[in-house]
Design a protein around this ligand. Structure first.
Ligand code: HEM
Length: 348
């Protein structure tokens, strides 16, 4: 009896493994599932171990890291350009409005991981790859699905203009037509759009990202009690307060975001309209009633997103520090201290 149950369990496990393998989006040329197998075999365990601690200490960091990867990929491809601090020439992507609410700590976590990886393996892993793995681990460590990340991205040597950054990141005020057409330009379909929006199952938003739905008039597609509670958290349209994006389980990567939408408790127009629009309503409902289906489609969306316009092979570089291009290396205290530490750890 026990062995029959066990073997059917293993069979289910095996079948779901093969289904996932078969449905995995194709790899972009130059990327591989085992890119650092010989140059840095400990890479993924270094990141996982460190993030286990960071996310245990502050679960919000998971949301910050997931969003960082999205903002990296949608603007100029997943090339780590969002990480550049702009010291090399003018305002960087970081100063564009949608990026002002990225968490400062996310950038620090990525560069801290970069340092730990460099200490173990040398300068062989790109900051864009570290960001992609950190996003995956953030999903896993908040209870979401695990998946393999295609690796081998190089870091870019330019960042986008503020205008290009704004143009490539969807605004929360956008309706489904706008969301679908922008995502289509990036090779993402309606299922990807709905699944990737499900990342809003974790994390927070600042009031100005949604108060257009409260003031001066209340959006009729918003549940009244939900709207009143939001007004309590955001007494004015430009209040700098924050609210959780998924009222049911804000720190767990589950399918409750879709249940929120079905109850008219989506925070942004871009969220709620996915349930109002007949092209995406059925997808929302299917994820609300079937978490495994959401996970499966989310993983597909993330793998597609993570391969957008990547630099590989001889293009781009492996940055020495995630916030600057190698040629902009300046002699500053942080760099000197870091290099001294490296020399000491090599000696002893
Ligand atoms: C479909 C278009 C999307 C729009 C319009 C959108 C918009 C936004 C906005 C306005 C915020 C809150 C910013 C603030 O006020 O603090 C936010 C937060 C967030 N977004 Fe999106 N987003 C979209 C897609 C995505 C995707 C594809 C992902 C990841 C796969 C993602 C992950 C997140 C996460 C995790 C947060 C919470 C961040 C934190 O707590 O620090 N979003 N998004």
């Amino acid at each position: 009896m026990v062995s029959t149950t066990l073997s059917s369990f293993l069979l289910v496990l095996l079948v779901s493994f093969f289904v996932t393998e078969a449905q995995r989006p194709a790899l972009t040329k130059g990327l591989s599932w085992s890119f650092y197998q010989s140059s840095c075999p400990q890479l993924e365990s270094i990141i996982r171990k460190r993030l286990e601690k960071q996310i245990k200490d502050d679960v919000g960091q998971a949301a910050g890291l997931l969003r960082l990867h999205f903002h990296d990929c949608f603007v100029q491809g997943c090339d780590g350009s969002v990480l550049l601090d702009g010291s090399a020439g003018g305002p960087s992507e970081q100063t564009a409005v949608p990026n002002l609410t990225l968490r400062k700590r996310s950038f620090k976590i990525i560069d801290d991981l970069r340092k730990r990886i460099q200490d173990e393996c040398g300068q062989v892993v790109s900051c864009s790859d570290i960001t992609a793995i950190a996003a995956r681990d953030s999903v896993v460590l908040t209870g979401g699905p695990n998946y393999d990340v295609p690796l081998g991205r190089k870091d870019g040597v330019n960042f986008a203009t503020e205008q290009a950054t704004i143009d490539n990141l969807v605004a929360p005020f956008a309706n489904t037509t706008t969301v679908l057409s922008l995502l289509a330009t990036k090779g993402l379909d309606a299922t990807d759009a709905v699944a990737l929006s499900g990342a809003h199952t974790i994390g927070i938003s600042h009031c100005p990202s949604f108060t257009d739905r409260l003031y001066p008039n209340q959006d009729s597609t918003m549940d009244k009690t939900f709207a009143n509670n939001l007004k309590g958290s955001c007494p004015t349209a430009d209040s700098n307060n924050t609210v959780n994006m998924d009222i049911r389980s804000p720190n767990v990567f589950d399918n409750k975001y879709y249940v929120d939408l079905m109850n008219r408790q989506g925070l942004f127009t871009s969220d709620q309209d996915l349930y109002t629009d007949r092209r995406t309503r059925g997808i929302v409902t299917s994820f609300a009633v079937n978490q495994s289906l959401f996970y499966e489609k989310f993983v597909i969306g993330m793998i597609k997103m993570g391969q957008m316009n990547v630099l590989t092979g001889g293009n781009g570089e492996i940055r020495n520090r995630c916030d600057r291009r190698n040629k902009d290396k300046k002699v500053d205290i942080a760099t000197v201290v870091e290099e001294l530490e490296e020399t000491f750890s090599a000696l002893f």
